[in-house]
Design a protein around this ligand. Structure first.
Ligand code: GAP
Length: 429
């Protein structure tokens, strides 16, 4: 993990938040390459789950919602961890991490009784800070989709099964955040709420587990680093009848990337009762009206980015040197091509390289770099996972060809400048 954290900082993937003030602990900012990687991941998810399907619609609901949502959803009553505080050093611990011990793991001090601690962030809406203006930052994006159920029925007229998909921020006042971006208080989720006939729920949940598992494989994560883990009855969330996690073998152990839960009709029923609006589905063919069950594949953007970085990180010996390379899949790689002039003191070469870069930028994320010797530039691009390095040299001015080096094999080919875009398009399609 230290190598990943250090690479993320050194190369501009992920920085400590508010670094110049000593940092806000467990809060992270995505830098120039991090935001590209994250956007590419979200685009891949959106493509697979919205664009390539006829039965799932995209949404982007507000983070702030009516406070009654969180009462009806059960989050006010049930969304808590048990915590104990150390009476000496004042540190706070999750009861389950203490494993029955009643002394502070940090200083040996006496601990308070375990008490429930609600994980939702509470704030106030408007200028008056009183109970009537209290509002929560959403702890899951899901509820924004449930409360729009009728709007979707009225505007899209879907048949069952159908789904809603959303990517957005969620907030939880975690007692023990940590492991870099793995558990944080502000994070991003990619969630699908798939409405099904209750009789099909168990089968469709299994299908989603397979399809989501295969999606992670398709991103290039190694099969041996992924596994499925069904939840025991005692670890299910208050709304779930069943849940299977997809876990990744992080350097700190197997941990959850995504959960695929059967939420039954819990949410739609709760919101119907609390709002007085009946959130049932009318099945035209069967002429029956019922509450659909919800199958929910819910993944974390930040956790997936972390798993992708860990999986792609390679150190290999090249002659006498150690090469660090991020072997990111072509869709995820932040930069597709880097254009590098071999001699930066030759204006004709620099000009040609800049021209090629400007042209490629219209089609692919391309960078131009002339800030070092070629060996150093290759190293830098390898560390951020750039797929192709294009070198312009003296001969390029004569024969109108450039050298294209492929990241993983390091094989080099001479390609004519007019064919460059077509060559890269073929490689990237
Ligand atoms: N709507 C269901 C739900 O929120 P969850 O298992 O609590 O279920 C879903 O969260 C996903 O969100 C997790 O699999 C994880 O990837 C991500 N996630 C949850 N809490 C997180 C945290 N504190 N930091 C980063 N990611 C988190």
């Amino acid at each position: 993990m230290e190598k990943i954290v250090s690479l993320c900082k050194r190369r501009g993937f992920i920085f400590q938040s508010s670094d110049i003030y000593g940092g806000l602990s467990n809060t992270w900012d995505y830098g120039p390459f991090g935001v590209e990687l994250k956007n590419n991941l979200k685009a891949a998810w959106w493509k697979a789950n919205v664009y390539e399907r006829d039965d799932i619609y995209g949404m982007d609901a507000a983070i702030l919602m009516h406070p009654k949502v969180w009462e009806a959803s059960g989050h006010v009553q049930n969304f808590f961890d048990l915590k104990s505080d150390c009476k000496s050093c004042k540190k706070r611990f999750k009861a389950e991490d203490l494993k029955g011990k009643n002394k502070c793991p940090e200083c040996g001090g006496e601990l308070t009784e375990a008490r429930p601690f609600n994980l939702m962030f509470r704030t106030y809406q408007g200028p008056v800070e009183d109970a009537s203006s209290a509002i929560y930052m959403r702890p899951e994006t899901a509820q924004g989709m449930f409360v729009n159920f009728l709007n979707i029925i009225d505007t899209k007229h879907p048949r069952l099964p159908f789904g809603l998909a959303q990517i957005g921020k969620a907030f939880r006042n975690e007692i023990t955040p940590g492991n870099f971006t793995f558990r944080t208080r502000e994070f991003e989720q990619m969630e699908i709420e798939y409405f099904v006939n209750p009789k099909d729920a168990a089968r469709i949940q299994e299908e989603w587990v397979e399809s989501r598992f295969n999606w992670y494989l398709g991103l290039g994560l190694k099969k041996e680093n992924l596994r499925k883990r069904p939840h025991g009855k005692d670890e299910l969330a208050h709304y779930a009848l069943a849940c299977t996690d997809i876990e990744y073998n992080f350097p700190f152990g197997w941990s959850e990337l995504e959960g695929i839960a059967n939420r039954t009709d819990f949410d739609l029923k709760q919101h119907s009762e609390a709002s007085g609006k009946e959130l049932k589905f009318f099945d035209d063919a069967a002429k029956e009206k019922f509450y659909p069950y919800i199958i929910e594949p819910s993944g974390g953007v930040d956790r997936s980015v972390l798993a992708i970085l860990v999986d792609a990180f390679h150190e290999e010996k090249v002659r006498e040197d150690m090469r660090v390379v991020l072997k990111l899949n072509k869709d995820l790689a932040p930069v597709k091509a880097a254009v590098l002039p071999l001699l930066r003191n030759r204006p004709e070469i620099v000009e040609q390289a800049k021209k090629i870069s400007a042209d490629l930028k219209k089609s692919f994320n391309t960078v131009y770099d002339d800030t070092g010797a070629i060996g150093k530039l290759y190293r830098r691009q390898d560390e951020v996972g750039t797929l192709f390095c294009i070198t312009v040299d003296v001969q390029s001015l004569e024969d109108k060809q450039v050298t294209v080096r492929e990241r993983d094999s390091m094989l080099q080919e001479r390609i004519s400048i007019d064919r460059l875009k077509e060559y890269l398009s073929n490689k990237l399609s």
